[in-house]
Design a protein around this ligand. Structure first.
Ligand SMILES: [Zn+2]
Length: 358
């Protein structure tokens, strides 16, 4: 079954958005059993609503304890996925669904990482794909998408306009592999919670670089499912980190208001530069239900965090370092066991570390 993240309307058939309020849906109430078997993402097949068809051995990423820190801080490095970001978890599940349903073409709007991921999985599934990207995407990401053989369509007017273009494609019978508008994407991402649980038990808090809000929603969903099955007995605090210049989720959480769309902005954290976050409401819901909160970080803090992660042997792209950048601003909690999500590889956007103006 699929449930609207805003008005709660339930649907028995797969769909992209709620017909009543237009919001995104989550997959809920399907049979689930905690029976991990094998390696990587599909180790958790018994917790997923889609049968495995297309996999590039995603998931199974390292959880590294931070050195020289009195606090217990762990780095969950999702750059160690096939295309270098956490998106591969969602892509494996949604492209498996597209394959199982007999689709031959996929499409998505992307700030770069999602496009690269969908392009790789579509190529492996022998499907054509068309990726709509806003202007200002790092050239390394454009190169990666091109290498997988996808058709790239630059769209003026930002991410929201790119999403509109991708939605028009679905009217032609093309599968929408969107991170925000395909409920199965969240299902792939939630396996991060299962892995963290097997690697260290349930942490006290998880800090998540946040663009659409989908990743935070998904990790929280995974931990809630473990608790509802009686596998674990608690859910960590979910903490969202956004760029100080584009923080609609953190601001709406803080001010207890509707999500407001920021104006023209620029940040090196291109992977979380999302002005209209599809999973914004569900992310705020997850933050509130888990006793979590939101933090914003500046570009200068991001560069410092990239360098601090480098000292741990991890190279992160700017958005992926947002969790590390937020660490000094978390609420004091002695003895807390904290997981920082490091969402993508520094090789995605390497030249930013050479900038001298930040
Ligand atoms: Zn609704």
């Amino acid at each position: 079954m699929f449930r609207c993240t805003v008005c709660g309307t339930e649907y028995s058939e797969f769909r992209h958005t709620c017909s009543k309020c237009g919001s995104v849906l989550l997959a809920v109430d399907y049979p689930m059993k905690w029976e991990p078997e094998g390696v990587g993402l599909w180790r958790y097949s018994s917790m997923l609503p889609v049968l495995r068809s297309i996999s590039l051995s995603e998931g199974g990423t390292p959880l590294v304890r931070r050195r020289d820190s009195e606090e217990e801080v762990f780095l969950k490095f999702e750059g160690d996925n096939p295309t270098g970001s956490f998106k591969d978890r969602g892509s494996s599940v949604v492209i498996s669904d597209a394959f199982n349903q007999g689709y031959k073409s996929t499409t998505v709007a992307s700030t770069g990482n999602m496009g690269a991921s969908v392009a790789a999985y579509s190529a492996y599934a022998n499907m054509t794909t068309r990726i709509f990207i806003p202007e200002g995407i790092p050239p390394e990401k454009v190169a990666q998408i091109t290498a997988y053989g996808a058709e790239l369509v630059p769209v003026p007017g930002g991410f929201a306009q790119a999403v509109k273009s991708s939605l028009e494609e679905t009217e032609k019978g093309i599968y929408l592999a969107s991170s925000g508008l395909n409920p199965y994407f969240i299902e792939g991402l939630k396996t991060i919670a299962f892995e963290i649980f097997e690697q260290m038990g349930v942490p006290d808090r998880v800090v998540v670089p946040t663009g659409t809000g989908g990743l935070l929603t998904a990790i929280h969903k995974g931990f809630e499912e473990l608790r509802s099955l009686g596998v674990s007995d608690k859910v960590p605090q979910m903490i969202a980190v956004q760029s100080a210049v584009v923080a609609p989720i953190v601001e709406a959480w803080r001010d207890r208001t509707e999500l407001r769309t920021p104006g023209e902005v620029s940040t090196i954290a291109s992977a979380i530069l999302v002005k209209v976050p599809f999973n914004g409401r569900s992310a705020i819901d997850s933050m509130n239900r888990s006793g979590g909160y939101g933090v914003t970080v500046t570009d200068h803090q991001l560069i410092q965090a990239i360098k601090a992660l480098g000292q741990e042997g991890i190279f992160a792209e700017p958005a992926a370092a947002a969790s590390m950048a937020a660490l000094p601003d978390l609420e004091p909690w002695p003895d807390a066991r904290t997981v920082l999500m490091i969402t993508g590889s520094g090789l995605k956007d390497p030249s930013v570390v050479l900038r001298r103006d930040l």
